[in-house]
Design a protein around this ligand. Structure first.
Ligand SMILES: OC[C@H]1O[C@H](O[C@H]2O[C@H](CO)[C@@H](O)[C@H](O)[C@H]2O)[C@H](O)[C@@H](O)[C@@H]1O
Length: 312
């Protein structure tokens, strides 16, 4: 997204180091407290901080917060593992329960015309195994998320999608580009289009494509690959209606990446101006999905290991 321009006059200046902050939800803020308590209570290797921010409530937030405040805590904020585990079991549904498996609508065990150039039987068997993974990664948002969004950090999506897997239980933006390339190879054209439908829904609601389908991802995007997704699907299917449906959303995304916080003019040593579009999160604190660990790292001496932990 960079274009060299030697005579740019622009309303944007180079010195933009603060921008809008999109507030997070009360549930995310509370789950950050739970994550911090887990961090103080367990050994680091025994838990994944993302698990705690992905929990969904069984009951309303204020009752849950009250119950949590009543648990006795040490000075550093740890609680007994027994109390903590009982509390989590009583008040929360497990991370991932708010997404449910759904059979992909156009999956076939060996689709007609699948990778015609792959003739070696062993490679073909392996490729079909990889193809079979679509059945493991297909999910739709549970009815509870649609009916009671305030109980979940998972965001509702209009149609089923594909998740990266493992600790990444939700749809992600730029992962979807490679997911779509794979789905097209697997002849799953309708599933590929459904993924675009979901991402377009974020442009309608938020004005940009979110990093991922969680309340804690609403303040940032990921590298803008939606137009490339539409292009790949159009090339394979010739579906002009999809392109027409996507166009207003793509224009909105173009505006987002060219808005004041993203558009930059860089002056080089030869006094030329370059127009660049930069990544910018509309947030000014540690990422909620990793805040406990990030805050603890900031208190450590600056080493490669401590810096590495900031990116988990
Ligand atoms: O495969 C999904 C994504 O996984 C990584 O990033 C995501 O997880 C981070 C840690 O929880 C989170 O801070 C980040 O915002 C998420 O996007 C990976 O770095 C991404 O490239 C990838 O899309």
């Amino acid at each position: 997204m960079a274009a060299a321009n030697h005579s740019l006059s622009s309303p944007y200046s180079c010195a933009k180091d603060s921008g809008p902050v999109i507030p997070t939800t009360s549930l995310v803020t509370f789950l950050e407290r739970i994550q911090e308590t887990a961090f103080q209570t367990y050994e680091r290797s025994k838990f994944d901080h993302k698990d705690f921010i992905d929990l969904s409530l069984k009951f309303d937030l204020s009752t849950t917060v009250k119950a949590f405040d009543e648990i006795s805590k040490t000075e550093n904020g740890s609680v007994s593992t027994k109390d903590f585990e009982e509390f989590i079991g009583k008040w929360f549904k497990s991370a991932g329960e708010d997404l449910v498996y759904v059979e992909p609508m156009d999956f076939e065990t060996e689709p007609h015309g699948f990778l015609p150039k792959v003739e070696n039987p062993e490679v073909r068997t392996w490729a079909l195994e990889v193809h079979g993974l679509w059945k493991k990664l297909s999910r739709e948002v549970s009815s509870s998320v649609h009916d009671h969004p305030e109980l979940h950090t998972l965001l509702p999506l209009p149609v089923p999608g594909m998740i990266p897997g493992s600790r990444f239980r939700e749809v992600y933006y730029w992962d979807s580009y490679w997911v779509i390339r794979g789905l097209l190879a697997s002849k799953m054209h309708e599933t590929a289009k459904a993924i675009v439908t979901n991402l377009i829904s974020w442009l309608d609601t938020y004005g940009y494509v979110l990093n991922g389908a969680r309340a804690y991802y609403t303040n940032r995007s990921q590298p803008p690959l939606l137009s490339a997704m539409v292009y790949e699907i159009y090339n394979r299917t010739g579906d002009v209606d999809l392109v027409k449906k996507a166009l207003p959303a793509l224009l909105k995304e173009y505006q987002f990446w060219n808005s004041e916080i993203h558009a930059m003019i860089i002056h080089d040593a030869e006094n030329c101006n370059h127009s660049l579009n930069r990544y910018y999160a509309m947030w000014n604190k540690p990422r909620p999905e990793a805040s406990a660990i990030v805050c603890s790292c900031l208190q450590l001496p600056f080493t490669f290991a401590s810096i590495f932990m900031l990116y988990i």
